[in-house]
Write a protein that binds this ligand. Structure first.
Ligand SMILES: [Fe+2]
Length: 270
């Protein structure tokens, strides 16, 4: 079934990082998210356009925040052919989303396909692709039983700034326990259907449900709790969160919510 999408929009963002080394001033990251690869959910042309934009930005790092597929894992073998064209000075890093773990065989198949072409998938892991003075952490999906920030976050010296890849924005609530200079997430697709001046339609449905059924989250723990984080830049306690609207689209489609490639420049916070 045809799913309505919209022309890609490039978002640009400058993020201040406390303690960013002078050598990393102006570091450029490109984030892409929620591919949901499939002919109906992500037209090939849109993916090609996203990759061209990414390469034009000449990024230091490319960061992919999950949901490469939707249900079965085997469509992953198609987008990796396009991902091979990605150019990034210090590598390409990824985390998996809830859809990349839909079936028991999903995680190993998606992970292997990405790893085979040189994309590093972080799973409760820290890496230092830009040197020892900036950490990059990748978490398993928030709904995975393996989502376990303590061992990895506690291993990073507190004076070292860190970027955390975590598919679901709701995980920011848990990650508040640790220093997170920039969390990059996706998952919500910006709500997909957004009305001018009103925002994502589902935000209002969610507010209504929360008011009518007070215990809704104990009955449906998988419901999104923070619709106010459906897209964009947010402060969460003393941490910062950026939520990408994703590239792929579910039924019934997108309205005033274009697919997103985000170019982020890091600068020192004074
Ligand atoms: Fe998604």
């Amino acid at each position: 079934m045809y799913i309505r999408t919209e022309p890609l929009r490039v978002e640009t963002l400058t993020v201040e990082i406390s303690g960013l080394p002078t050598a990393l001033q102006g570091t450029k990251l490109v984030q892409m998210s929620d591919f949901h690869y499939g002919p109906h959910q992500l037209p090939t042309k849109l993916l090609e356009r996203a990759i061209a934009i990414c390469n034009e930005a000449e990024p230091d790092l490319v960061l992919l925040t999950g949901d490469f597929v939707t249900y079965a894992p085997d469509p992953i073998h198609e987008p990796v052919k396009y991902f091979q064209q990605l150019q990034s000075r210090a590598g390409i890093y990824a985390v998996l989303g809830n859809h990349d773990m839909y079936y028991p065989e999903s995680k190993p198949e998606v992970m292997a396909a990405l790893t085979e072409i040189g994309i590093k998938v972080l799973w409760n892991e820290v890496a230092y692709p830009l040197g020892s003075q900036l950490a990059l952490v990748g978490m398993p999906d928030f709904w995975s039983r393996e989502f376990n920030p303590a061992p990895v976050m506690d291993r990073i010296a507190t004076d070292i700034p860190r970027i955390v890849l975590s598919h679901q924005p709701d995980s920011a609530q848990v990650l508040r326990e640790w220093r997170v200079d920039l969390q990059l997430s996706g998952h919500i697709h910006g709500g997909q259907i957004c009305l001018p001046k009103i925002g994502p339609l589902l935000l209002w449905v969610n507010l209504l449900l929360k008011n009518v059924f007070k215990s809704i989250y104990s009955v449906f723990p998988w419901l999104i709790k923070h619709w106010e984080w459906a897209e964009g830049f947010h402060q969460v306690g003393s941490n910062y969160l950026y939520v990408n609207r994703g590239l792929g689209t579910y039924w019934p489609g997108r309205l005033f919510c274009p697919p997103d490639v985000t170019v982020i420049t890091l600068v020192q916070r004074h």
